[in-house]
Design a binder for this molecule. Sequence first.
Ligand SMILES: [Ca+2]
Ligand SMILES: [Ca+2]
Length: 276
Amino acid sequence: MRTLNIGSLYVFLIIVLSMLVSPCINANEIVKIDDDDMVYVPAENCIVGLSIKGFPAENIRSQKTIFVPAFQIDKFEVTNDKYRNFLQWTAIYGDATVRHPNQPADKDHTPRYWKTYTPHLLDTIGISKLQHFKQDTFMANDHPVVGVDWYDAYAYCKWLGKRIPKEDEWEKAARGTDGRLWPWGNVWDFSKCNSGGYEWKGERDGYIYTAPHNAYAEGVSVYGCYNMAGNVQEWTDEKYVKGGGFNSYPTWVTLFVRQSREPGFRYFSLGFRCAR
Ligand SMILES: [Ca+2]
Ligand SMILES: [Ca+2]
């Protein structure tokens, strides 16, 4: 009888403990995926901007030589699987510790194209005439996340103890010190990045929409960063988006070009990478 009581007590304690511990175990299962795959960019002078006619003034800045302190930057664009990991974490803990102070109160970090959308609206976009995109077109694990705004990028980077790169940093990581037009040099090559879109028939480089984050190894920058030109445009801290995307002309995947966006702007060819 005494043994039975102890046994029952033991079972009871196990049940209680498991009830208490279970939520913690679930939460702890959300391990931050951070392989820390960053490159080091040493403190050096570099060329940014480009003094050239023919571009809208708001999309370029005059060429100049600047000094950029040392920093680290992600080798790849942030992928869907890593971003999904961030969403799983915020679903449990919320985003209070990582969100920007100016983030809208009702902000949801879910990427725009992970939700239901109206496909017929996309017919007004040239690229969708080549290939309609489906619900899962932009959700593949190893492809860059798109449809995220500046607040999403800010929170994701902060979650990993990182930050959105400054425009100067982004441009240096992409152009090296010599102010080249594309990461590999000054001669355009369709095979070295994912550009294209409707007019340029994006299949020339193998992808109508996003390519895997580690595609185009021959197009890496001098520091080893992938897809600085093309694949997806990328947020910078100043809210200029850089590098062009899979729907951009070769001219618009040049590295000096900048496009100013509102922090809440989301688009199917816009993602980001982090710095530190
Ligand atoms: Ca393409
Ligand atoms: Ca890119």
